[in-house]
Ligand binder design. Structure first.
Ligand code: HEM
Ligand SMILES: *[C@@H]1O[C@H](CO)[C@@H](O)[C@H](O)[C@H]1NC(C)=O
Ligand SMILES: *[C@@H]1O[C@H](CO)[C@@H](O)[C@H](O)[C@H]1NC(C)=O
Ligand SMILES: *[C@@H]1O[C@H](CO)[C@@H](O)[C@H](O)[C@H]1NC(C)=O
Length: 334
């Protein structure tokens, strides 16, 4: 003998409420799924990959920029496309991107996502979030550079908030110690091993001279940061000589194989060829060095860990269900 039907129904909905609360409490695993758009937009993966492949062919710097964009999106208030909002489009507070001007987030990456979104809107209007489009674009472009391919769980919602003031404290800076970086990644739920695997993204792309200038000009009275290979340091000093008048001067993060997504980033570190102080810091600190050593010696180990870590990065702080919206335009909040 159970309770009468009405009461049973009430109990059932209470149970559902409890499940819902459990699922969406802060820190609980969000429900993303690779099949999220199976009915509503079955060709989503193909649409994004075609759009970003065309963009990458037209401008080969797109891939690294998009990977970095994805990282920054996920570390500031979760993977919710808040990084994509343009300062030109927003009437209210300065969006996240405005805080990043000195880091010059790359225009081609924004364009790659905009193109993917436009193609998605043409086929499945109002269905696929900008956050999912960015996650898929980053995955496709890593593979395009020769990196690992991995499944992307979908169902992220976009935020209606993008505020430059949210950036401070949520992104790693080149002057951080490895210990401080480990702490920051831990706050996002990522382990030291995942952090070192993700830092392998610096096997592609470039950095502006301003990001490492303190290492090569007037470093504590020395000619350069002693952790830098002396020949490399001199080459950097020459290449960056005019960076104050032309701040666009940039250097490949991995000078050995700049366009290949491979384990060379880690191989460079013991030779003083890590470009950023943060790269050198990862090598200096034993708890992170062990992983860098492993990846330097074993591309398979790097690719496996990078693929797994990217999937974990893609779940950081995601909004699902009613927590967010599907924005029609990725560069605007409405
Ligand atoms: C561990 C701490 C990290 C620090 C301190 C850091 C810092 C930086 C800095 C300063 C730049 C140069 C930006 C510029 O001058 O335009 C850069 C570039 C880049 N970063 Fe990181 N980063 C870190 C981790 C990551 C992670 C986890 C990823 C991705 C998973 C990533 C992906 C990239 C990529 C792909 C570029 C090249 C961008 C381009 O070519 O446009 N970084 N990073
Ligand atoms: C950018 O860099 C310049 C010079 O280093 C500095 O004066 C300015 O405050 C920085 N802007 C931001 C948004 O960080
Ligand atoms: C590290 O760099 C940031 C800007 O990127 C700056 O605000 C901060 O003061 C620096 N910290 C140290 C210890 O130099
Ligand atoms: C490289 O790493 C892979 C994956 O972790 C592992 O299966 C393999 O045994 C490693 N190879 C060597 C030579 O250590």
């Amino acid at each position: 003998m159970g309770p009468p039907p009405r009461r049973r129904q009430l109990l059932l909905s209470l149970a559902l409420l409890a499940t819902a609360a459990a699922c969406c409490a802060a820190g609980a695993a969000p429900r993303l799924s690779p099949n999220y758009y199976r009915r509503s937009c079955p060709r989503v993966e193909r649409i994004v990959s075609d759009a970003v492949a065309a963009k990458q062919r037209a401008n080969p710097s797109t891939a690294a920029g998009t990977l970095r964009l994805f990282f920054h999106d996920c570390f500031v208030n979760g993977c919710d496309a808040s990084v994509l909002v343009s300062p030109l489009s927003s009437s209210g507070a300065a969006p996240e991107r405005a805080a990043e001007i000195n880091l010059s987030l790359p225009g081609d990456a924004f364009d790659a996502v905009a193109r993917a979104k436009a193609a998605l809107e043409a086929e499945c209007p109002g269905v696929v979030s900008c956050a999912d489009a960015l996650a898929l674009a980053a995955r496709d472009l890593v593979a395009a550079l020769g990196g690992p391919r991995f499944p992307v769980a979908l169902g992220r919602r976009d935020s209606r908030r993008s505020d430059a003031r949210d950036v401070e404290g949520n992104l790693p800076r080149t002057n951080m110690s490895a210990r401080a970086m480990v702490r920051l990644f831990a706050r996002k739920g990522l382990s030291p091993r995942e952090m070192v695997a993700l830092a392998g993204a610096h096997t592609v792309g470039f950095s502006h001279c301003a990001e490492f200038a303190p290492r090569i000009y007037g470093y504590r009275g020395a000619s350069h940061d002693p952790r830098l290979n002396p020949e490399f340091a001199r080459a950097l000093q020459r290449s960056c000589a005019g960076y104050r008048t032309d701040p666009t001067v940039s250097i490949f993060n991995d000078i050995v194989t700049p366009r290949d997504f491979d384990e060379t980033y880690y191989k460079n570190l013991p030779h003083g060829l890590g470009l950023l102080a943060s790269d050198a810091a990862i090598w200096e600190y034993p708890p992170t060095r062990v992983f860098a050593q492993r990846y330097a010696a074993n591309r398979t180990a790097f690719f496996e860990d990078f693929a797994a870590a990217m999937q974990r990065l893609g779940a950081v702080g995601v909004k699902t269900g009613r927590q967010g919206v599907v924005r029609r335009r990725c560069d605007a909040l409405d």
